[in-house]
Structures are given as structure tokens and as C-alpha cells.
Design a protein around this ligand. Structure first.
Ligand SMILES: [Zn+2]
Length: 287
């Protein structure tokens, strides 16, 4: 099975080194240490389409320690942004060129940078905080609170009814694109309950038998996408027009045609690095 996008970085995150200043200094001085090059928060690719890396020029710069690739310590810059990063469609064109491994490494660097820029002040007392743990946390100098990078769980799901699944599009999607429905898990909710609530809110359908399929980090800015399939009790749709422009039920042949990029397919599939593509692929491959 093809793994979901933004997974498979293959780095040893070496958490035990993050709080060790001597070991970190040694890593920064290591002959194989490399610094990820970024354009704002976007990836920079070399001629071969691989992530571009450079030397660590300033040993005192604030860096995010991504982990060890074999012996080589990999770092990313801590990018100061005037405004919080926005998901730009242009980065999707770059992602389509990148290996899964590079996308995973860049995704972690982007997500961590987004978190630092959005969480510059202590959520307990409001004082400006400073990075610690080699970039995997921020600490408040006033009240001592320690803050750790947020990951926001999002459910993304296919409702299935008599051999067909529900796909839908939001107004901002590229022409013809349809995807699985998705929504944030709320406090006090299980994954299964979030799937059922979102499908009822957005499409007016009741479901049961929610099954987990796969997950992926989604660095816009810091979600964990949890992909599921659920059995719908009926195929009568009541779409929420504030969320969705259109939706319809599609059979396996239609999904397979979309995934193959067939020009006669009933919709344009999400890109391979989006877990909606993984979800449609896994469902389509089921006998
Ligand atoms: Zn504080």
C-alpha cells in the first residue's frame, strides 16, 4: 500500500538530545550538519527536484533541530513571519515534484515554524515566550509554563452507501476537484463521534460503523488528518451550502477513473500527497 503523503521522513528525531546544550552545540558543529533552505516557509528545490540544504553558517542562530539522518544532524531555520502563513496553491505545485521523504521533512519544518509564529506569547499569562528544546517547545520566562507544538486532529472521511461513496467540493477548490468531507475534532469528542457529527452537519446523513483507515500530518498549519470510512444509513443528501458547493455519490469505477486522471472521470481527484487521495485509493482497491 502507498503510504500517505507527508510521512516517511526517516529521521531519528533524537528527543534525548533536545535538552542537552553540549550535545546540541556538537551537532551544530558536526561536519555533516545541514540547514534546510526555505523561501519564506516554502521549500527550495535543487535542479534534481530534491530539498535544498546548505551549511550552518551562524552557530548562534535560532534553529529547529529536525533530527538525524544517519550521522548527519539536520536543522531548519526559525523563520520570523510578519503574518501567519497561508496555504498557497503554488506550494502544491512544488509538492507534486517532491519525494514523499522530502515532503515529510519539509512538512515538519513548516508546521513547527507556523507554531512558533502563532504562539509567541504565553497562553497562561501573556508574556513573550522563548524557544527551548531545540525548537520543540517554548518556555515562559515569567510564569515558567512550558508550551509544546500543537497538533490539531481533523477527521476526513468517506461515507459509503451501497457501493458508492460521497465526495464533495468547496467553492475554493480547483475546477472539477472533489474530495472527502473533513472537520476538526472538538473537545469532548472521539474520532468516531467527530466523523458522525461532521457528516450530519455538512451532508445531512447519519452514519455508523466508523473505521479508521490511515493518518497523515498536514502542515497548513498543523493538523493531523485522521482518515476514516463510515456506513451511511441512506443516500439522501442535505448539503450545508456554507461549507460545500456540490456533492454526489460515486461508485468504484468512477473513483478509479478519477484517480487515474481519466478525462472522462466524474471528478478530478485530490493530489497524491493529500490523504483524501489515499482514502479514495484504499476504498477503490477494496474488492
Ligand atoms: Zn507565562
Amino acid at each position: 500500500m502507498i503510504p500517505p503523503g507527508f510521512t516517511g521522513a526517516g529521521l531519528d528525531r533524537a528527543d534525548h538530545l533536545r535538552l542537552d546544550p553540549d550535545r546540541l552545540a556538537a551537532l551544530k558543529g558536526h561536519s555533516q550538519a545541514r540547514l534546510l533552505r526555505l523561501d519564506g516557509l516554502d521549500p527550495v528545490l535543487d535542479e534534481a527536484g530534491a530539498l535544498a540544504w546548505g551549511p550552518l553558517e551562524d552557530p548562534d542562530a535560532l534553529l529547529l533541530f529536525l533530527g538525524l539522518k544517519g550521522e548527519a544532524p539536520l536543522f531548519a531555520p526559525l523563520v520570523r513571519m510578519e503574518t501567519a502563513g497561508q496555504r498557497a496553491w503554488s506550494v502544491f505545485r512544488l509538492l507534486a515534484l517532491m519525494s514523499d521523504r522530502d515532503a515529510a521533512i519539509w512538512g515538519a519544518a513548516r508546521s513547527l515554524n507556523e507554531w512558533h509564529n502563532r504562539h509567541g506569547h504565553c497562553s497562561v499569562c501573556g508574556t513573550a515566550t522563548a524557544p527551548f528544546r531545540a525548537g520543540w517547545g517554548r518556555k515562559c520566562p515569567a510564569c515558567g509554563a512550558e508550551h509544546f507544538p500543537r497538533v490539531d486532529p481533523v477527521v476526513i472521511m468517506l461515507a459509503e452507501y451501497e457501493g458508492r461513496v460521497l465526495v464533495a467540493r468547496q467553492p475554493g477548490y480547483p475546477p472539477g476537484r472533489y474530495s472527502a468531507l473533513a472537520g476538526f475534532v472538538e473537545p469532548g469528542e472521539s474520532v468516531e463521534e467527530a466523523v458522525a457529527r461532521e457528516l450530519f452537519e455538512e451532508a445531512g446523513i447519519r452514519v455508523g460503523n466508523v473505521r479508521y483507515v490511515a493518518s497523515q500530518p498536514w502542515p497548513f498549519p498543523g493538523s493531523l488528518m485522521i482518515a476514516c470510512i463510515a456506513d451511511a444509513h441512506s443516500d439522501a443528501l442535505t448539503l450545508d451550502p456554507t461549507e460545500l458547493e456540490h456533492g454526489f455519490w460515486v461508485d468504484r469505477a468512477g473513483v478509479a477513473a478519477a484517480l487515474a486522471g481519466d478525462s472522462t472521470a466524474p471528478f478530478v481527484a485530490p493530489p497524491p500527497f493529500a490523504i483524501a487521495n489515499t482514502l479514495l485509493t484504499r476504498w477503490s482497491d477494496q474488492a
